[in-house]
Design a protein. Sequence first.
Length: 364
Amino acid sequence: MVNLYKYLWFYGTTPRDSHITVLPINKQILVKQNQSVLSAALEQGLDWPHDCKFGTCSTCKCKLIKGKIQPTSDYSYTLSKDELKNDYILACQARPTMDSTIEVELGDLEERPIAKKNNATIKIAEMLTSDIMKIVIETDNDVDHNEIAGMWAELSIPGLDRPRSYSFASAPHNAKPREFTFFIRKVSGGKFTEWLFDENRDPDECVIINGPFGSFYLREKKTPFICIAGGSGLAPIKALLEDAAKNNIERDVIFLFGARTQEDLYCMKELSEIKDQWDKKVNFDFIPVLNMEPEDSDWSGARGLVTDFFEKEYIQRQGIKIEGWQAYLCGPPPMVDAAQAVLEKNGLNTKDIFFDKFTDESNK
């Protein structure tokens, strides 16, 4: 383990309201005293790359050119020793202690949706599997669906120490006004999900939604792309593909959905409808892959780890070359890490791999 503070010559002690100059666009943003650089950047419309907001993914890393910051957590396990030596920080875990200059490679959105906070109530709560629930919340006020398919929002209830992050499970065009859909997995010890899954909870209790956030969305390109989802990570993949189908995207896609058993598969009808809506001039492969299905069951589909199946079926058996493709991965961190390793080993450029890791830590 690297000692973070050994490298933080730029470490300051007391955060304060500060102005941050963002390079290379030379835009100045105000970061309030108890606010992270990332939070301020998103509020002010910058397409700052980010996924987890908890210091575990390193997507929001940036370089401190001038000034001082206070790290709110030890992210030496996330950034490499060389990155720390070269003054890289995590924007989600950095609070400035003086006016500073930061360099970051921003995303390609010309205008990022501005996050807004609204009160809402749960209108639908439906169990999809033994541990995944579909909820539909309705906001008290009219809210435009300004999210981009694949993004996420923060959900909270009064008295909760901090909000939890969940991806939108429907493309904006499929959502009714004021309604937002999420797939939420029960997390052992998770305060929000313990409340949500409690059969005796007050159905009229206020839920606070804040969003949209995230950099997980379909990039414009003509090449084929791969989607791999696991568990509740199906939500943003489903939304992304729904949106692409509506917009008649003419791109081949391989979509693998990893689950434990048949009982853990859900939304199969909706996923089949997406395949039916896909442009008929291109291919849409949708394959669920089960890794814990009993050998003596009636399942005749794919088995094993979803990443192993992809490599054996598409790389080795079919001989597909994936150089120049894109990949969109969402689910548990071990699955995402394994998929990324397989894709990179077989020629996919790291910059063309986009992922959203669903960590228990972000939802406890």
